[in-house]
Write a protein that binds this ligand. Structure first.
Ligand SMILES: [Zn+2]
Ligand SMILES: [Zn+2]
Length: 357
């Protein structure tokens, strides 16, 4: 076992600095010094759901960039010193139909999650990237293209690929009229990517004060969702609606925005929703969802972002302020993604209490 320093959840948003264990490198592993890790809504859900008395510590964090510091003996595609990015999936069976289709995120045997999962080879719990080091199977560490700012690129690995997959699956490009519902971590990247793909892009937001931001991100139009006349006027105007709202909400007003054969992709909310089927029937509309990304699309996203200069709008904080970032994320007080700088974990004495994980 090797050790590193990181941040362990101690009930809701309190995080404590601790010594963490990482596995010794297997033949196909690389060790990554984590430089930057984004703060995702999933982290917030995880810390709220975690029992602080659990014997399995929770270390959040699943969208990070860093530098390879060591490679296993069979590693061929990465070398010490390479800049890499890792997302919320660190392994999969690689044999099922989903994996063979490049959709390891939908692996039939369930992908291994970066934290809160179980390593598929040794059965140990995985712990996340609010830490200085991560050990990962080579095939799930992506080369970070030159020219991408490593801090602002970190959110591409969860928020980014979560919106990129449906954008690509739905063929969004020149001529597509797309509405992005919700301008948060996912939404702002969806806008930037849709614009970069050449689509006519509209932001639908509760607040008119996001109008300037919407324009700055490249959107051509903004609709304020509480403006009934504007919502009525926009009915039937969109080929694709990407819904990134992170809480339960009525889908009917957003399905109404779709044109004939249009599709609403629900990305921000994972719970149960109820839909009036006539809202789909009239116009032969489609309702779909997605989450995270397979390896093919993830690598493609990084290349596309490097070519087009797309990264997240971030607020960079030292990792010691991770708890504050979670609190502010819960209040929606971020434009548009927190990223933690892990270098402060190098300073100070080693934590006294070792934590398994
Ligand atoms: Zn995430
Ligand atoms: Zn699989």
């Amino acid at each position: 076992m090797r050790t590193t320093r990181g941040w362990v959840s101690h009930g809701t948003t309190e995080l404590r600095r601790a010594e963490l264990r990482r596995r010794e490198l297997r033949a196909d592993d690389v060790a990554v010094r984590i430089d930057y890790c984004g703060v995702c809504h999933s982290d917030l859900h995880a810390v709220h759901a975690h029992d602080p008395d659990s014997s399995v510590p929770l270390v959040p964090g699943h969208e990070f960039t860093g530098t390879v510091t060591e490679v296993g003996r069979d590693v061929r595609n990465l070398a010490v010193g390479d800049a890499v990015a890792v997302g919320n999936i660190v392994d999969a069976c690689l044999a099922c139909d989903m994996c063979r289709a490049g959709q390891e995120n939908f692996c039939r045997a369930f992908p291994t999650l970066t934290y809160g999962g179980v390593d598929r080879r040794d059965g140990t719990p995985t712990s996340g990237a609010f830490a200085r080091e991560y050990v990962v199977r080579e095939g799930f560490a992506y080369r970070l293209p030159r020219g991408l700012d490593p801090a602002a690129a970190a959110p591409l690995m969860c928020a980014g690929v979560t919106v990129w997959e449906p954008l690509r699956a739905l063929g969004v490009g020149p001529g597509t009229r797309i509405a992005v519902i919700g301008l948060g971590g996912l939404g702002h990247l969806a806008v930037k990517l849709a614009v970069a793909l050449g689509a006519e892009t509209t932001v639908v937001s509760r607040s008119a004060d996001k109008a300037d931001d919407a324009r700055r991100l490249g959107a051509q139009h903004l609709i304020v969702s509480t403006d009934e006349a504007a919502m009525t006027g926009a009915r039937g105007q969109f080929d694709v609606v990407l819904d990134t709202i992170a809480v339960a909400h009525d889908l009917a007003p957003y399905l109404a925005l779709l044109a004939l054969d249009g599709e609403l992709s629900l990305l921000g909310y994972l719970g149960q929703v109820s839909v009036e089927t006539t809202d789909l029937l009239i116009g032969r509309k489609k309702l779909s969802s997605g989450g995270s990304g397979g390896r093919t699309r993830t690598a493609e996203l990084l290349e596309f972002c490097a070519e087009r200069g797309v990264v997240a709008d971030i607020e960079l904080l030292p990792s010691s302020r991770a708890g504050e970032s979670l609190e502010r994320l819960a209040r929606g007080d971020v434009r548009y993604r927190f990223v933690l700088d892990m270098s402060d974990l190098d300073a100070g004495p080693a934590p006294v209490v070792p934590v398994r994980g």
